[in-house]
Design a protein. Structure first.
Length: 126
């Protein structure tokens, strides 16, 4: 027996600048495969086990959209008094592909528009 990854869900996604996904963990402990066809994205990744109340605080004006989180919360994560691990900040450019293990993350499109291929990967024992 060995483990292999299979695509549970697949998408082709296009969006304008400042679109993206708010802070989330993929469902059912899946991992994400992501390849940009055009544009670039900014990712903020937190280690597994990061407490949601630290990274999703109750702030006035904070909404679920990625641009709101990157505008209001991300700057707080860079302060000396930030109460938990700082995020890993990644700028993804065209075509690199990477897998993110199940962890809290937010994603923001940084261009006029972007297009990507994406899939959630599930572990399967065969």
């Amino acid at each position: 027996m060995h483990n292999t990854y299979v695509a549970c869900y697949r998408w082709i996604v296009m969006g304008p600048a400042r679109s993206g996904s708010g802070l989330h963990v993929d469902p059912l402990a899946t991992s994400a495969w992501n390849a940009l066809i055009s544009g670039h994205k900014r990712w903020a990744l937190f280690p597994p086990g990061t407490q949601r109340h630290h990274v999703l605080p109750k702030l006035p004006g904070l909404e679920r959209e990625a641009v709101s989180w990157f505008t209001h919360v991300y700057p707080l994560t860079q302060r000396e008094d930030w109460p938990t691990t700082k995020p890993i900040d990644i700028i993804q450019v065209r075509l690199p592909v990477f897998v993110i293990t199940s962890r809290l993350r937010g994603v923001l499109s940084c261009v006029v528009w972007e297009a990507k291929l994406s899939a959630d990967l599930c572990m399967q024992t065969v």
